[in-house]
Write a protein that binds this ligand. Sequence first.
Ligand code: SF4
Ligand code: F3S
Length: 108
Amino acid sequence: PFVVTDSCIQCKYTDCVSVCPMDCFVEGPNFLAIDPDGCIDCSMCVPECPVGAIYNATDLPAAMAHFEDLNARLAKHPGWKPITQAKAPMPNHEKWKDVADKLPMLQL
Ligand code: SF4
Ligand code: F3S
């Protein structure tokens, strides 16, 4: 499956969700995840993300390997809901989009 990674945190541009033919994005307070059970590896979401947050799990850089399991777990989180329509990014996305290692800020 494809995987959402660190760059998405605190930004949530949501351009990715409108192209997914399987509607497999789920939304939390400051991050999106891909449900691996729905993803068909079409890769259409990858070029949509303005911050390059989406990777094929098979191409994940080693430093981001933990995001594969995280996406799978968050996709089943009871508070996280499917999102299929793009919306405005988070208010401070400009400030956060170039910041690395935002995982400690992830909200559930
Ligand atoms: Fe959806 Fe395709 Fe992206 Fe998987 S790779 S999340 S099916 S757009
Ligand atoms: Fe996140 Fe990029 Fe989608 S920032 S919400 S993965 S377009």
